[in-house]
Each structure stands twice: as C-alpha cells, then as structure tokens.
Write a protein that binds this ligand. Structure first.
Ligand code: G6P
Length: 465
C-alpha cells in the first residue's frame, strides 16, 4: 500500500489531548496520514543563518512530521514576499496590493527547490505526494526535475483569479506551466476551477477533455472538491464543559442582548473594514436596536511583517474606536474587538451563543468559520448565518444563509435586521438545510475524494468479486 507524503508550508503536529489546538484541515490531514502511514513535511517556522537541509523528525498522535528551517532571506522573499505580498493579494483580486519583485520570485523558486531537494530522499517509489496551497505551486515540477515519478497531487486553498487578472503576474505562464507537473489538481469551487482552465486554455493553448486538462504531452486531472469540517467532532466540541463554560460566560456578559459574532484572521481579504461599516450602517438605520445587540469581532493578527497587514490592523483599530466612540453608552459598547485567537472548544461555545454569524469576506477560497458556526448551533433554536456571496462556502451554504454582497453596507445592515427578526421556524429550516450539507460533505468526504483520485482505490478496500 502506498504511503502518503503531505507537503505544506505550515506543518501542524497533532496534539495528544483533545484541546482542539489543531484546526479542521490539520485534523483531517493527520487522520489521512495515520491511515496511509505517511509523513507531513514542511517549514518549521524557524530560521537559521545558513540553510543545511537538516530535517527534524517528530512523532505525535500517530503522525510523523518532518520540518526544515529556512534562512531569514528565504522567509523574507518566499513567505513574506512572493507568497504573501504577490500571490495572496493577486489571488484575492487585490491587484492594487500585489507587489512584483524579481527577488521575491527568485526566493520563491529557490525555497521550492530547497524543499524539493530536502524531501526527495524521503520519497519511496510507491508513495503518493499531496502538496497544499499557494506557497508551493512549483514544488511538483521541482520534484520531477529530481527524477520523481510518483503520483503527485496539488490542492489550492485560496481562490483562483480570473484569467485577465492573473495575466498581470509577470510569471503567470510559468506558474501555470508548473502545475502541469501534477497528476491531480483540486480547487474548492467550480468557479476557481473554471478560472484556472480559462487561463490554461485561452492563454496557453491547453485543451480540456472531460476532467483532463492537456498541455503538450502532459495531462492533469482537475477537480472541484469543496473542503468541509469534521461536523460531528465540532458539534460535540460545542457541548463539552469548556464550550458550555464559554457559552455561559458569553450569555452572562451579553445581559440579554443579542450577540453577533465574527471570527477571522486579521486579513484584508476578510472584509472586516466593510463589515464594521455595514454594522455601523445598521446602528444608524435602526436606532431602536442599539443596545439590543453587540458585535464581537475576534481577529487574531497574521503576517505582521507585511505592510498591508499592518495597515489593515491600524484601519480596524481606528474604525472600531470611532464607532464605539460615537455610539457607546456607559453600560453598552457596540463592538468588542479582540486581537487574539481561542481554542476550538471555546469558539464552539461562543458560536452557539451567537444569534448571528457574520462571515463577510471580500473573497475567500472556502471559509470554514461559516461551516463551524452552523455545526455549533442548537438545533432547536439556531442562529442565522450571514454570508458573503464571494466566499467559496456560499456555493454550499447558500441553501440556508442570508447571502450578501460584502461591499454593500446597506446589504449588511438589511441582513442583520432580517436575521434578528427571523421567526424560529425559518431559522430552524434554514439551519437544517445547511447542516445537512455540513454533515454530508464533511472533511473526510473531501479528503477521500482527493486521495481516491490521487491514489486510486485504497488498498484496505476489498475488491468486489
Ligand atoms: C490561509 C492559507 C493557509 C495558511 C493560513 C494561515 O488559510 O490558505 O495556507 O496556512 O491562511 O496563514 P499563515 O500565513 O499564518 O500560515
């Protein structure tokens, strides 16, 4: 049976306890690694003066992780540079924020070569390799250059931009060319998949035949495969003592007011500025609702070395301060703005206490907060999900969420008042439709669809007579 080698920029070792420190994706990938007895390889998050390629192996919770340190300059050019100053903004439709520096592109390919050279000796002939996300587009091709003939899959967790947007990237054609080194490429939605195929077909002359995209003598299977959460585990997490305590505390501190919750990495793609403005609009338009609600925005800082992240942080501090200054009273603050993260069980309790989940990214590959919010609700008295049309999750959660255009403060304001006034039977009906999807298309479903395409029928399955 083939082993599975997972490669991603960040490696998340499983925790032995059920503290829920690992995110949903990490839990799913760890489970896959236990099943296939594989290795999870990536950057340690640490730097050294001189790159050595020394691998640090660790084993926890039945999973082997293998990590390498990078040089300061690598991190600057590859992670802070090309990945997060060039690709991330461009792939989230922010050409205004994207920076194009040859040093970034050079550092990005150098680090991918370093990863390839380091991981190559660990790969055995029968192994299947699964590479994750935009930090590592060229890794498959760097492995092929080193004689690797294994099955290699790639999954993109962020959107794929429209063809003419991608065309502004100086290395666009080379980058797309690298993707033909893979055997299978997955995206969260049909929209991202279509945009990818558009570029390959219209700009490079590729041909799509069923789910096979051909360019020259290379053919790659392309699939839309939306990631889910471990719904059962998350619903259970929302009923643990830790979650109950978080729920109680939230309810007590709300003193009868309705909680609207947002939980996002502090990132400009999450539409936090627009969300605050939409909420302010709601306060203006519905004075009778002031003091009846409050917004809890949890936003742990992210990628703080990158200027655009420092800027969005400052903007949100100013905006939350201004809105609170304008509307707060001695016994009420409209926005509780919190710059730290919380463990999963605590979050689950907070989600359950919230009458509204506000998930309004300007663009998002999927957005699992939307699904976690649904999974944490009380089936008898669920809250309402307000969701951006531009999140990948809208393709599945559109069945029950109130979908909005996150750029429109009016739509956000209208959605909040509609959610607050929504009768219980309608909330239950909408929630059920979403929950059916969250349960059916969960993270194991996602992972199996991909590994089945990459590896074929798992060897553990008995062939039918
Ligand atoms: C997004 C990306 C992931 C990334 C995560 C956290 O979800 O798709 O690849 O790991 O953000 O960002 P960070 O830069 O802290 O790893």
């Amino acid at each position: 049976m083939s082993r599975l080698i997972i490669i991603s920029n960040r490696v998340s070792a499983p925790t032995d306890s059920h503290s829920g420190a690992q995110g949903g994706l990490a839990v799913a990938l760890s489970a896959a690694l236990r099943e296939y007895k594989g290795i999870w390889f990536g950057w340690s998050g640490e730097t050294v003066d001189q790159f050595t390629g020394h691998i640090n192996f660790q084993r926890a919770g039945g999973v082997t992780t293998a990590t390498v340190d990078l040089e300061e300059q690598d991190v600057e050019e590859y992670y802070n540079g090309y990945a997060n100053r060039t690709l991330w903004p461009l792939f989230h439709y922010r050409i205004d924020l994207a920076e194009y520096e040859r040093d970034f592109a050079g550092g990005y390919s150098r680090v991918n070569d370093r990863f390839a050279a380091t991981v190559r000796p660990l790969i055995e002939p029968d192994d299947a390799i699964w590479i994750q996300d935009y930090h590592m587009f060229p890794l498959g091709s760097a492995l092929r250059e080193r004689g690797c003939q294994n099955r290699i899959g790639f999954f993109l967790h962020i959107p794929w931009p429209p063809r003419r947007l991608l065309a502004v990237l100086p290395e666009a054609a080379a980058l797309v060319g690298h993707l033909f080194a893979y055997d299978v490429i997955g995206f969260h939605t049909q929209e991202w998949l279509d945009s990818f195929c558009d570029y390959a077909i219209d700009e490079m002359g590729a041909v799509l035949d069923g789910d096979q995209l051909r360019l020259g003598d290379r053919s790659v299977q392309v699939m839309a495969n939306p990631i889910g959460i471990d719904a059962k585990e998350f619903a259970e997490a929302s009923r643990t003592p830790t979650a109950r305590l978080a729920y109680r505390r939230m309810r007590d501190s709300a003193v009868g007011r309705d909680l609207i919750v947002g939980v996002d990495r502090l990132d400009y793609s999450k539409g936090l500025e627009e969300r605050f403005l939409g909420y302010e609009r709601f306060l203006q338009e519905h004075p009778e609702e002031r003091k009846e609600v409050f917004l809890l925005q949890i936003a742990p800082p992210s990628r703080g070395a990158v200027g655009s992240y420092q800027k969005i942080r400052a903007t949100l501090e100013g905006l939350s301060g201004r809105i609170n200054g304008a509307y707060a009273d001695t016994d009420w603050v409209p926005i509780r703005y919190v710059n730290q993260g919380y463990p999963r069980e605590q979050l689950a309790g907070i989600y359950r206490a919230a009458k509204i989940g506000l998930v309004t990214p300007l663009r998002d590959g999927m957005n699992l907060v939307a699904k976690e919010y649904v999974a944490a609700q009380d089936p008898e008295d669920p809250g309402v999900l307000i969701l951006s049309r531009f999140a990948g999750a809208a393709a599945q959660m559109g069945v029950g969420a109130i979908l909005i255009n996150p750029y429109s403060a009016e739509e956000i304001s209208d959605a909040i008042i509609a959610a607050l006034k929504m009768p219980r039977f309608e909330r239950v009906e909408r929630w059920r439709a979403m929950m059916d999807n969250v349960e059916a298309e969960d993270v194991v479903w996602w992972r199996k669809r991909f590994t089945d395409a990459l590896i074929g029928e798992p060897a553990t399955r008995q062939p039918a007579d």
